[in-house]
Design a protein around this ligand. Structure first.
Ligand SMILES: [Zn+2]
Length: 308
């Protein structure tokens, strides 16, 4: 079975103001690097239309309607200081959710070895009732609940190596021990959450990293906190909130990882997916704002996924 890649042209049409780091060029950079012959075995699939009803797995209806009502007919509107929406943002975010849910179907129904979803907007900062941090809805959280409802997964682990803490995912699963949320992130940094002491129902595992941390401490955090938590939890599915803004070239943070670290971390999670989850592994793009750092990191990540 092959590694699948979900993309869709609509993801380029979620527009942000000029100079905003979360921009369509991020996906163009990923597309270019994955055009290389080394990725010819990657199975490219156009993301299906999403099912809006699945948004309610992670967000209440009045919040969903508030976001829908905020989508402008033209131009770009601010949802908060750094989160915006343009006319096609609704279709983009619903398609991102459709892609993530389809990826879950693929790994449960044996259509793919594993899946990478290259979509935007990202999702991990979106709390139950707050769109923030470039995120409208929490794609990873919706996909985890989708796996539980549609495929009867009892336990889903979400591993978030984006350099920012996934406050939204933590908020949604704070009192839900059927989902393990593990995050490595820089602290202090936006959004300010993610201390070790934030443990939810014992299902939240935060591994904050000081600014200027590099490969060694990142890998230590993975080996000492993230991986043992997964082993204890024995998930039926692993979802990666795959942000690549901990790369040393990234302009938004000061963690100094290289693409080799993302290759390594991917391999570690694939090993855990083999051990506990019948190899079921779905990776969703979150952040990553230096186009070269992002492209090289995604190439390392997807290259490792393809090695099965
Ligand atoms: Zn980030």
């Amino acid at each position: 079975m092959a590694t699948r890649l979900y993309t869709h042209p609509i993801f380029l049409e979620h527009l942000t103001p000029p100079g905003h780091p979360e921009r369509p060029d991020r996906l163009r950079a990923i597309e270019r690097v994955l055009d290389d012959e080394a990725f010819s075995a990657l199975e490219r699939v156009k993301a299906p239309e999403g099912d809006e009803a699945t948004i309610l797995y992670a967000h209440p209806e009045n919040f969903v309607e508030r976001v829908r009502a905020a989508i402008p007919e033209s131009g770009i509107v601010s949802i908060d200081a750094d989160t915006s929406a343009s006319p096609k943002s609704w279709q983009a975010v619903v398609t991102a959710i459709g892609a993530a849910n389809a990826a879950v179907d693929d790994v449960f129904e044996g259509r793919a070895a594993n899946v990478f979803v290259a979509a935007r907007p990202p999702g991990h900062h979106a709390e139950k009732t707050t769109a923030m941090g470039f995120c409208l809805f929490n794609t990873a959280a919706i996909a985890a609940r989708y796996a539980q409802k549609k495929h009867h997964a009892e336990r889903v682990a979400i591993v978030d190596w984006d350099v920012h803490h996934g406050n939204g995912t933590q908020d949604i699963f704070w009192d839900d021990p059927s989902v393990l949320y593990c995050s490595t992130h820089q602290m202090p940094l936006y959004p300010g959450t993610g201390a070790k002491s934030e443990t939810g129902a014992g299902n939240i595992v935060n591994a904050p990293l000081a600014p200027q941390t590099g490969s060694d401490l990142f890998r230590d955090a993975f080996l000492s906190r993230v991986l043992p938590s997964i082993d204890a939890f024995q998930p039926d599915l692993i979802i990666i909130s795959a942000g690549f803004d901990a790369h040393h070239r990234d302009p938004l943070a000061e963690i100094n990882l290289t693409e080799d670290d993302f290759d390594w971390a991917t391999g570690q999670l694939m090993e855990r997916a083999a051990r506990h989850s019948g190899n079921r592994l779905v990776s969703l793009l979150e952040g990553g704002y230096d186009l070269q750092g992002l492209a090289f990191s995604v190439a390392a990540h997807v290259g490792r996924l393809m090695k099965g």
